[in-house]
Write a protein that binds this ligand. Structure first.
Ligand SMILES: C[S@@+](CC[C@H](N)C(=O)[O-])C[C@H]1O[C@@H](n2cnc3c(N)ncnc32)[C@H](O)[C@@H]1O
Length: 417
């Protein structure tokens, strides 16, 4: 949606002030949001629009301060001229910036974001930024359009309210603007169910627990409040083999990172969830995970030698290294969640190396994506990499290097603790 996004919001800025924030259902939602921010000392609003949520928050919490981040200057102008009152002016900073990237010099004890997530090209970056800008234990209050929302319901309700207030004639043009912007979002909005947003926040973005989860905005939005977990320290990671439900979580994390964040997996209408990331090798795999505060942060799947064959054998002839006394394993996907500390991935790989050695494996074989960052990482770990080969014959549009590593020889990378 990129730049078009800015144009749409440019169009709607005035309509926002004239129509949207005047409706009873918008004001109900705003009250619910502000109620969840009660008593918070320093609040960040990601995509603050014309600043009305912050104005209400500051009015009700006279000793608090706030920062609003907004990409659209017309929205900020309206906020400064018409919404933020003189008495609150000195307690709020409005920044023209990107809500998915904005970092302040200090962290906040609450972050709010209202009706922004659905219109972002990379919605998960906003959740990550909420995590990054919050203090441990801080609260994130989020509302956005939910899956299956019907914007016509909101349009009709707004039209009726305006008609009954006798202001239809002067406000009709603004209603039309809202309608045309809404129709541009049809089929393009990034939407999640209440259940899914709760799962995403707690499983993939470092939120410890969900404090509130309901519908709002005439049932078209979810409203979720979540508490951020503590900061992650590398030496507090518990690295181990996943068991029970932890294994299912590894599939979900792989799916989230590969499909939802990186777009590496094609959509499959029959299997459009984590099951896309689940394959026959998962039965035979060791799922090595790094856990912190009960949450998986980093993982790697290792497919052990077996009679189902290793996936890599579809591309490479392994017969020269398939000797009687050779036990092979192939690493599967290695994934670290975006908020995991630097080094969490290495911790998993090192632990797995020792685990595999202890389990009698002799060789580590696999393919490595031809991507500069990945290549240099593997080189630093001391992996030998052969000339890259195309996987096109397997219907995969990528080139990969082959790597074969004698675990007993090790490399300095693995030997160091
Ligand atoms: C539907 S409005 C919601 C405004 C306000 N939060 C509210 O609830 O009234 C969405 C706002 O998000 C802003 N926006 C969209 N993408 C943004 C981004 N990447 N960074 C900051 N603001 C963004 C738009 O300019 C617009 O003002």
């Amino acid at each position: 949606m990129g730049n078009r996004n800015i144009e749409w919001w440019e169009k709607i800025a005035r309509a926002y002030e004239k129509v949207i924030i005047r409706t009873s259902f918008y004001q109900d939602m705003e009250s619910e949001l502000v109620e969840k921010l009660k008593g918070r000392k320093r609040v960040l609003d990601l995509g603050c629009g014309i600043g009305n949520v912050l104005e209400k928050f500051l009015r009700e919490n006279p000793s608090s301060t706030a920062v609003g981040v907004e990409l659209n200057q017309s929205m900020i102008d309206i906020a400064e001229r018409e919404i933020i009152s003189e008495q609150n002016n000195g307690r709020v900073k409005l920044v023209n910036g990107d809500a998915t990237k904005y970092i302040d010099s200090e962290r906040f004890d609450a972050v709010v974001s209202s009706n922004v997530l659905f219109c972002l090209e990379k919605p998960f970056d906003l959740l990550l930024n909420a995590y990054n800008t919050l203090l441990p234990g801080g609260h994130f209050v989020l509302t956005s359009m939910k899956e299956g929302a019907n914007l016509e319901t909101l349009m009709q309700a707004a039209t009726e309210e305006i008609k009954s207030s006798g202001e239809f004639k002067e406000k009709e043009q603004y209603l039309n603007t809202v309608h045309s912007v809404n129709s541009m979002f049809k089929g393009k909005a990034n939407v999640l169910t209440n259940q899914r947003i709760a799962e995403v926040l707690t499983k993939f973005y470092g939120f410890r627990r969900i404090l509130h989860n309901s519908d709002t905005y005439l049932g078209q939005n979810f409203l979720v409040a979540a508490e951020r977990g503590k900061d992650v320290k590398l030496d507090e990671l518990d690295v181990k083999v996943a068991e029970g439900d932890e294994i299912i979580d590894t599939f979900k994390i792989r799916y989230h990172c590969m499909k939802e964040r990186l777009g590496f997996l094609e959509a499959n209408p029959l299997l459009d969830n984590w099951q896309m990331e689940y394959d026959v090798f998962d039965f035979k795999a060791h799922h090595v995970i790094a856990v912190h505060d009960g949450r998986i942060l980093s993982l790697e799947r290792y497919v052990g030698d077996s009679n189902i064959g290793l996936p890599v054998e579809k591309v490479y002839d392994l017969s020269p290294i398939r000797k009687q006394d050779t036990k092979l394993c192939e690493p599967g996907r290695w994934v670290s969640l975006p908020f995991a500390p630097k080094g969490a991935g290495k911790a998993v790989i090192k632990w797995a190396y020792n685990f595999l050695l202890g389990a009698g494996f002799t060789h580590w074989v696999g393919t490595v994506d031809e991507e500069p960052r990945v290549i240099s990482y593997y080189k630093r770990m001391g992996f030998p990499l052969e000339n890259p080969r195309s996987l096109e014959a397997l219907g995969i549009k990528r080139n990969v290097y082959f790597t074969c590593f004698d675990l007993n020889q090790g490399s300095d990378f693995f030997k160091k603790d």
